[in-house]
Structure formats: C-alpha cells, structure tokens
Ligand binder design. Structure first.
Ligand SMILES: [Zn+2]
Length: 327
C-alpha cells in the first residue's frame, strides 16, 4: 500500500522592492522560521530565483525537512495570479514578463502560487486577520502606492487579467489634478500616497503664514507629519484632514459599488490613527450611497505589516493544488 505523508507546512515568500522575506508557516499560521535578503542584490532574475531557491532549501532542511512542505506561495508587486508572471513591475529590478511561478516550481519541484501584494494582503487578512469570517470586504494598503483588493461572497475578485483593485489610480480630481506616477492626472494616489501627503504639507506651508513645527523640518514624510499632529500642530492636522477627505471620497465610491461589510486599512500610513481616520470617516459618510451610511465599518489591520504578507502568501500556498516532480 502506498504511504501518504500529510504535509503540514508551506513556504510563504514576500517579494518587495527592497527585501525578499521567506518563511516556513504551519497549518495554523505559526511562522516556524523566516529569513530575508535584499531583492536589489539580484538585478538578474535568474540569479534571484537560484538564490531564493537555495535559501528556501537551506531553511527547510534546518527546520523539519523537505517532506513537510506542501507548496509555496509568493507575493510580489505587479504579479498576476492569472498568468503566473510578474508583469512590467515599475520598481523591481526585472523588466517585462517574468514567469516566476514556473521558474520556482521547476527549481523546487513544488507547486507555486503567485499573486500581487494587494491580493496576498487581502488573503492574509481573510485567513488570519481583521477580515476573518467576512464574505464581502475591501482591503486598502496605504503607503508609497495605494493598493486594494476586495472579496465578494467569500472570494477575492482578481479581474480578467488579474489586476483588479488599482484603487490608487482612480480619478478623484478631474480638472487640473496632480500628476501621478502612472502618467495620468488627478489619481487618488497623488493625494493619499506618501509622496502626495508630503506635497500637501508643502503646499499648506506655502499658502499659510501660520506657525508650524513642519517649517523647521528638512524632510516631510507621513510619519513626520503624524508626529507633528501628536504635538498639536494645526497645519499638520490640516494635512491629514485634507488627505482623509480625499481618501473618504475614494472609499465612498468604492463602497457604493461593492457594498462591503468593512473596509480594512493597512500599510504605514494607516498608523496615522485618528488624525487620518476621523476625517476619512467623516468624508466617507458624507459621500457614500445613502443606504450604506453608518453601516460600513472602517477598520485598521490588527496584523503586523511585516508578517501579513508572508502569512497571506502561506494562505495562497494552501490554495494551489499539490504538485511533485516525482509523482
Ligand atoms: Zn495614477
């Protein structure tokens, strides 16, 4: 009789523009072991895949062995779960179409699921975080870029090409809007992303004579503006008021289409607390379709930002059919 080993672990990989983190995660979402290295060390993707594969094998051999691993899940910017490729990633060193799922599968002899960071974050929140038990919800990641993903009736909406949810590039200012990195004008990201928030701060300082600690600072970032808010700086508070107003408009449009139970905010800027959340909620309530008013929860993630994506990638790994070169 053939003997079946039940595999109780997967490997979750989070590729970000700066670092690649990989972890062995068990069936309950416990991180057994993890490590990371700079993504930027590998301008050639073949060398990256070789290094990542070797490191995964080393980590696995030191922690329970290869036979315990069922599959691999990978989160990357600009990755399509439909094509299995990283496609034209703006900030990764590898250009064009990179068939990363197939490359890793061939190297490691295990099934590999690949999806983009917004979808993987949503999967992490759904499986282990604030969205647990919800069927309809939206995840927004607030950082340099503004990503999103939504679940409908318990399933993530990937879209025809696997790129659904480009919330940051929806238009919120139709006339003479700020230029966005994507080439369009008036995108939400140009107002609510990290660069947009710093720009709002500079604009406010230029148009007002009011005293502000921000005037003495060399570099303005969302974190710095937040720290000024905590010290009671009125202009800094106004920066987040304007940011929250724009975010609320965008979220109201989003929610009016999707009718979610909750919107969960993740990413660095979501830690700005009440300075961002209060004006966001106020603007959201003002703009959302009437029947939803007062009924959509706006939450911040309870998961650690660093862990969410490897946990989400581990959930993705469980969702792909098992595969072995040797069967
Ligand atoms: Zn844009």
């Amino acid at each position: 009789m053939e003997e079946y080993n039940i595999k109780t672990r997967v490997v979750g990989v989070d590729i970000s523009n700066e670092r690649t983190t990989y972890a062995i995660v068990d069936i309950r979402g416990n991180i057994i072991a993890e490590d990371s290295f700079p993504t930027t060390d590998f301008p050639d993707v073949n060398n990256f895949v070789t290094a990542l594969s070797e490191r995964i094998v080393m980590l696995v051999e030191a922690n329970g062995g290869y036979e315990t691993i069922r599959s691999i899940g990978v989160s990357s910017p600009s990755a399509s779960p439909v094509s299995g490729c990283i496609e034209n990633a703006a900030n990764l060193p590898w250009k064009g179409m990179v068939p990363l799922a197939a490359m890793l599968r061939d190297r490691l002899g295990l099934a590999v699921g690949l999806s983009n960071d917004a979808h993987v974050s949503a999967l992490g929140e759904y499986t282990f975080g604030s969205a647990h038990g919800m069927k309809n919800f939206i995840i927004i990641s607030l950082g340099i870029g503004i990503g999103s993903c939504f679940f409908s009736e318990g399933h993530e909406h990937q879209g025809h090409l696997g790129f659904a949810g480009e919330f940051g590039h929806t238009c919120v200012v139709e006339s003479d809007g700020r230029e966005c990195g994507c080439g369009h004008k008036g995108c939400l990201e140009a107002y609510v992303g990290a660069v947009g928030i710093a720009r709002t701060a500079r604009e406010l300082l230029a148009e007002s004579d009011a005293p502000s600690i921000m005037r003495d600072l060399e570099k303005l970032s969302p974190r710095v503006v937040f720290e000024c808010c905590e010290k009671g700086d009125e202009l800094a508070i106004e920066v987040f008021r304007r940011t929250g107003y724009m975010l609320g408009v965008g979220l109201a449009n989003y929610a009016s289409l999707i009718d979610p139970e909750a919107i969960i905010l993740t990413g660095g800027i979501s830690h700005a607390g009440k300075w961002l959340l209060d004006p966001t909620y106020e603007s959201f309530e003002e703009h959302v379709f009437g029947n939803l008013r007062g009924k959509v929860k706006i939450l911040t993630s309870k998961l650690d930002d660093r862990e969410r994506d490897v946990l989400g990638a581990s959930a993705l790994a469980w969702s792909v059919p098992e595969y072995s070169l040797f069967k």
